[in-house]
Design a protein around this ligand. Structure first.
Ligand code: SF4
Length: 403
């Protein structure tokens, strides 16, 4: 348990992030913790690099909506001070503390207070002896050996409430290190790609590394390490877990068509506006933005609610059924209004509302669809032309060579 959040076993995978404020700045740190919590973080880590930070933690912890992990580097006294402040977990490597008496002291204090510890091995700061042993290379084997060595320091002093991470900035390296570690130990694993960098590459690297492992059933808690506002880390972590079906959806899952020759609106713009409009709404529905009424409602028929552009107006559909026609410049506002309604009342109750006239909404959508087909033709994307050309190539007749 990290505070009231279970980690490991059958517990839901948890999302972690880290504050970027000075921990001694209590109000600023609490404010950032709340933003991270709102964005989907279950656990937040704060640095505890000096005694001012430890004193800050003592004031932050009672005000925090989520359990707090203290990041400790080399000083055992910082670990003791963080425990005194009431942290719910420590992140440290006992090997960095070096002195056995000090390791024992931290372990005993953590054990008495039932506070777990994360051992955080990092590809970039592997112990020089191990680095040498593996021919001056950071390998998955070296990282796992380092983690097991760190673990043994705690085992020697009878402390076992431990989770482990073996992060690296190389995605293939971290994937392999975690795979090997999961074979070597039953301790819960904290996943991450370290120094992943700024988005979008940082998000892609982290999602690939963390997502691959989670899909293999490896990992218990995750952190995106982005060079960006940590709110983005928490959001990305949460979205990954929701998209893998590992956590219940908390926010809108926005789907949108890629746009094509049929689009009647600027789909990118409408989708961006919808994304911004739903950003802070806790509406766990799938919402679709589709560029045309010719194919949109059919292609997104599984969405809870969607909008498709028609002739200067938008057609709202719920679970594939047309429910209303709205002005083009009010498409996003109406989408939010209807999504809120469905979230509160449910689909069936929404269908029963007085202003929902499924028949006339359907007729209006069909009228626009017919008009667009008339205008654009059946084949606006020219796929039929392309298919006909491909078929010509299948003819047994030899092709004429160009002069
Ligand atoms: S056919 Fe319509 S819904 Fe499908 S991609 Fe094109 S514009 Fe979007």
């Amino acid at each position: 348990m990290v505070g009231d959040v279970a980690v490991g076993g059958d517990a839901p995978i948890s999302v972690q992030s880290m504050t970027t404020t000075k921990t001694a700045d209590v109000d600023g740190t609490v404010e950032q913790i709340y933003s991270l919590y709102a964005a989907g973080a279950d656990i937040v880590r704060c640095t505890c690099n000096d005694f001012e930070a430890a004193e800050g933690l003592a004031e932050i912890i009672p005000r925090s909506p989520v359990p707090i992990v203290a990041d400790i580097h080399h000083q055992y006294k910082m670990a003791l001070a963080a425990l005194e402040a009431g942290v719910h977990c420590l992140r440290l490597n006992p090997g960095n503390i070096k002195n056995e008496k000090h390791i024992k002291l931290v372990a005993k204090e953590a054990k008495d207070r039932k506070v777990p510890i994360r051992i955080g091995v990092n590809g970039g700061s592997l112990h020089p002896d191990l680095y040498k042993k593996y021919s001056n290379q950071v390998t998955p084997e070296a990282m796992v050996e380092s983690a097991l060595m760190e673990l043994s320091y705690f085992e020697e002093v009878g402390f076992s409430d431990v989770k482990i991470s073996v992060k690296a900035s190389s995605v293939p390296l971290m994937i392999e290190a975690y795979r090997q570690l999961s074979e070597a130990t039953d301790h819960p694993l904290h996943l991450g790609v370290t120094e992943a960098g700024p988005p979008p590459a940082g998000i892609i690297k982290s999602s690939t590394g963390i997502g691959t492992l989670l899909a293999e059933g490896i990992g218990d808690t995750i952190r995106y390490s982005l060079t960006a506002d940590p709110v983005q880390e928490a959001k990305a972590g949460r979205t990954l877990l929701e998209s893998l079906g590992l956590r219940e959806r908390k926010n809108v899952d926005l789907i949108a068509c890629p746009s094509c020759g049929r689009a009647e609106v600027d789909v990118f713009k409408v989708a961006d506006e919808a994304q911004a409009a739903f950003a802070d709404k806790k509406i766990p529905l799938q919402v679709a933005v589709m560029g045309c009424v010719v194919n949109g409602p059919g292609e997104a028929r599984d969405a809870d609610i969607g909008i498709a552009a028609g002739k200067g107006r938008g057609h709202l559909f719920v679970k594939g059924k047309n429910v209303a026609v709205v002005k083009e410049d009010e498409m996003v506002d109406e989408l939010v209004k209807w999504a809120t309604l469905i979230n509160e009342k449910g689909v069936e109750e929404t269908f029963k509302l007085k202003n929902v006239d499924i028949e006339s909404a359907k007729a209006a959508a069909e009228a626009d669809r017919d008009e667009l087909l008339e205008e654009q033709g059946e084949n606006v994307n020219e796929d039929k032309v392309k298919i006909a050309n491909i078929r010509k190539l299948q003819s047994p007749e030899p092709l004429e060579s160009p002069d």
